[in-house]
Design a protein around this ligand. Structure first.
Ligand SMILES: Cc1ncc(COP(=O)(O)O)c(C=O)c1O
Length: 382
C-alpha cells in the first residue's frame, strides 16, 4: 500500500533528506559570510577562509590524516579520481584494479589505457564480490604504478579487506588509491591503518552533505601532478601554478556553499556518532536481508553495508522498480548502478538488479513495508 510519504531507499545514489543542520549551515554561509576565501583580505573573506580551513581539519580528522593541507576539495569522488589517476600515472605504468569498481574509476583508467599511457590489469573477484589477496599479490610487476580498490560496493555493500591490500602495496611502496564513496560516513576509515595513500570521497552520500562537494585526501609526499591550473589567491605574482598543497590541486573559486554544507554534515555526524550510525544501519540491513531471503523467487546480493541488491525470478529490475515506486512509494535504483563489471562478477549482467540502499533516516517500519511490497510483487510474478 502506498503511503503519503515516500520510502527513500536510494541513499547509495545520494542521501535524502539532509539533516536540517546542513541546510542551516549552507543558508548561514550565504547570508552571513558569502565572500570568496583566500582572495581578498577583508574580514568576510577571512571568515570564508576560516570555514574552509575548519572543514579541511574535520575531514582530515575523520580519515586519520595528520596534515589538513593534504585534503583537496573536489566536486565529487569522480573528480577526485580524475585528479589522482591522471596526476599520478606516468607513461608505461601498470595499474591494478578490481572487477567490482565503479565507472568513476574504470572509465578514467580505460581512457588512460586507450591513450597508450597505462597497462590496465582488472583482477577478478569472488562471485560475492570480494578481492582475493593471493590473486592481487600475483599481479604486481616491476612497473606497477598504482593499485585502485573500492572500499565498499555500491551494488552489494560488500567491503574489501582494505588494510590487507594496503599492506601488500605498502611493502612494495606502490601508491594505494581507495574509493570511499560508499563507506565515508558509514564505516570508520583510518588512512594510516589502511596504508592508504590516496582516498577519494564524496560528500553527498553517507556523509549527508550536499551534492557538488567531495575530496581527495593524500598521505605522504608523493603528490599528483595538477590537473587544472588557474587562480588560487596565493602566489599571485607567479604566472605558473603554485605547487604547494592544497593549492597545487585546487584552482578557481571553490564550492564554498558546498563546503559549508559538508562542515555542518561532519558536525552532525560527530554529534550523532559514527558508531551509532553504523549500529542503526546494520540493524536495518539485517532485517531487510532476512526479510528478502524468506521470499520465494527472490535472489539477494548483500554484504556489510546497508546497500542490498535483489532480483525476482520472472521479472526485470526495471519492472520491479516501476511497481515499487508506482504502487508502494518506494524509491529504489534499478539496472547496473554504473558498475557493469560488478554485475558480470555477480552474474547479474546485463539487466542488473534492484537496489535498496538505506541511511540514517530510514526506519524498521519502512524496511518491513518494503519487504512486504517485494513479497507481493514476487507473488504476482509470472
Ligand atoms: C562506489 C562508488 N564510487 C564512486 C562513485 C562516484 O561518486 P560521485 O558520483 O559522487 O562522484 C559512486 C557513486 O555512486 C560509487 O557508488
Amino acid at each position: 500500500m502506498k503511503h503519503d510519504r515516500p520510502i527513500y531507499f536510494d541513499h547509495a545514489a545520494t542521501s535524502w533528506p539532509k539533516p536540517p543542520e546542513v541546510l542551516d549551515g549552507m543558508r548561514r554561509f550565504l547570508e552571513e559570510i558569502g565572500a570568496n576565501p583566500g582572495r581578498s583580505g577583508h574580514s568576510m573573506s577571512l571568515d570564508a577562509a576560516r570555514m574552509v580551513f575548519e572543514t579541511r581539519e574535520a575531514v582530515a580528522e575523520l580519515f586519520g590524516l595528520d596534515d589538513s593541507a593534504q585534503v583537496v576539495f573536489t566536486a565529487n569522488a569522480t573528480h577526485a579520481f580524475n585528479i589522482a589517476l591522471q596526476g599520478m600515472l606516468q607513461q608505461g605504468s601498470h595499474v591494478i584494479t578490481t572487477a567490482m569498481e565503479h565507472n568513476s574509476v574504470i572509465r578514467p583508467l580505460r581512457e588512460l589505457e586507450s591513450r597508450g599511457v597505462i597497462e590496465l590489469d582488472i583482477i577478478p573477484c569472488t562471485n560475492t564480490g570480494t578481492v582475493c589477496l593471493d590473486t592481487l599479490d600475483a599481479r604486481f610487476r616491476p612497473n606497477t604504478g598504482l593499485v585502485a580498490v573500492q572500499h565498499g560496493s555500491n551494488v552489494t555493500g560488500c567491503v574489501q579487506p582494505i588494510e590487507k591490500i594496503g599492506a601488500l602495496c605498502s611493502r612494495r611502496r606502490i601508491p594505494f588509491l581507495v574509493d570511499a564513496a560508499q563507506t565515508a560516513g558509514c564505516l570508520p576509515i583510518d588512512m594510516k591503518a589502511g596504508h592508504i595513500d590516496l582516498l577519494a570521497f564524496t560528500g553527498h552520500k553517507a556523509l549527508l552533505g550536499p551534492t557538488g562537494i567531495g575530496g581527495l585526501c593524500i598521505a605522504g609526499s608523493r603528490l599528483p601532478e595538477p590537473l587544472y591550473f588557474g587562480g588560487t589567491g596565493s602566489a599571485s605574482e607567479q604566472e605558473k601554478h603554485p605547487l604547494f598543497m592544497p593549492d597545487r590541486l585546487e584552482a578557481g573559486t571553490p564550492n564554498t556553499v558546498g563546503i559549508a554544507g559538508l562542515q555542518a554534515a561532519l558536525e552532525h555526524l560527530r554529534r550523532i556518532s559514527l558508531a551509532a550510525t553504523v549500529e542503526k544501519e546494520q540493524a536495518l540491513r539485517s532485517r531487510l536481508v532476512d526479510g528478502l531471503h524468506a521470499i520465494d523467487g527472490v535472489r539477494v546480493y548483500s554484504g556489510e553495508l546497508p546497500v542490498v541488491s535483489f532480483t525476482i525470478d520472472g521479472l526485470t529490475p526495471d519492472d520491479i522498480g516501476y511497481v515499487l515506486d508506482r504502487d508502494y512509494g518506494i524509491m529504489s535504483r534499478v539496472g547496473l548502478h554504473c558498475s557493469p563489471l560488478a554485475h558480470r562478477t555477480l552474474g547479474t549482467a546485463p539487466a542488473g538488479t534492484v537496489r535498496f540502499s538505506m541511511g540514517y533516516s530510514n526506519t524498521m517500519d519502512q524496511v518491513d513495508r518494503a519487504v512486504q511490497a517485494v513479497a507481493e510483487i514476487a507473488e504476482r510474478s509470472p
